[in-house]
Design a protein around this ligand. Sequence first.
Ligand SMILES: NC(=O)c1ccc[n+]([C@@H]2O[C@H](COP(=O)([O-])OP(=O)(O)OC[C@H]3O[C@@H](n4cnc5c(N)ncnc54)[C@H](OP(=O)(O)O)[C@@H]3O)[C@@H](O)[C@H]2O)c1
Length: 344
Amino acid sequence: MKRKNETVRISIIGFGYVGSGVAEVVTRKRAEIARKHGLDLKIVGVADLRGVVVDEDGLSAKTLRKLSAGERGVGSWKEAAAEGLTSLDLIKEVEHEVVVEATPTNVETGEPGLTHIISALEAGRHVVTSNKGPLALEYRRLTELAARRGRELRFEAAVGGAMPLISLVRQNLAGNGVISLRGILNGTCNYILTRMAEEGLPYEHVLKEAKELGIAETDPSKDVEGTDTAVKLVILANSVFERNATYKDVAVAGITEITTDALRLASEAGFVIKLIGEVNKEGFLRVAPRLVPKADPLNVGGTLNVAKVKTDLAGEITVIGKGAGPIEAASAVLSDIIWTAKHF
Ligand SMILES: NC(=O)c1ccc[n+]([C@@H]2O[C@H](COP(=O)([O-])OP(=O)(O)OC[C@H]3O[C@@H](n4cnc5c(N)ncnc54)[C@H](OP(=O)(O)O)[C@@H]3O)[C@@H](O)[C@H]2O)c1
């Protein structure tokens, strides 16, 4: 994919918030990407649990809009139940270069993402994913498979949403040794702690409010108990520090026990309390509520994410950005697609 005006055919597996966000940004940015990068991005197939739609010339903006609005049965749509056509058929049988994997995260089995990613790499396709599960469970197996097949596996959206963290370390800080990474990798927890500290409101009250605003899920346990942050930390440990860590290696504490009194006392002493994920080159992995000085760059509010990268040459670099949201996650996916297309 090195020549100018190269066509890059893309499939999107999983068409919920992130999948439809990717369709929207590819549609919106297509002309600009062709002009700036010499790449003609075409979405040739979309699959979800219900079915598959394929157009080898590229699905039209109108079809993609209808799919994003929840319509099915558009274009050459085939129902999985009626016609037995699944996402795996799209991945294996339709000629294309990049599979975008955006199905739900499952940190127990990695499925269905794990099978999608393995099948895509085995079929000779590059993979860009926002799905944490397969990476947290089988990072080494997947990256070794990608290397054997000479294909790229990229996953910026899985860790910090829109925040460019993996590419910052791998590309912009190439040549630096990374000593540690510390940060806030879960927007729901950050929202809750920020509101509790600023308004003096109790945990249960703010959690209810976050659910009403759609910031917390109906079952927020993975966020508030620190699991989501821990899973992201495992991916960082494996990708940045070349470890072979799993979730069991992380000491995890969440935010459910934090009281307004603790936040007030911290504030009087010049601190805030944040749920911080930390990983360093010695293999230390921890998620826990930590005191952060008010003037520290890690003190970001609301649903923002932040990461401080400590390096041997550049010193400390901090990135701040939106960790979730369909367009924000799609921004990271799009950037991974463009990088892949330009380097292979
Ligand atoms: N939302 C965010 O802001 C965000 C940010 C960063 C990363 N992520 C990650 O990105 C992934 C997608 O998130 P999302 O918010 O877009 O989730 P979502 O809205 O729940 O969408 C998931 C999609 O995957 C489909 N799906 C489920 N099982 C499938 C299978 N076996 N084969 C094909 N498609 C299947 C679902 O289809 P049906 O509708 O037919 O069930 C749905 O279209 C997750 O792993 C999430 O953790 C999300």
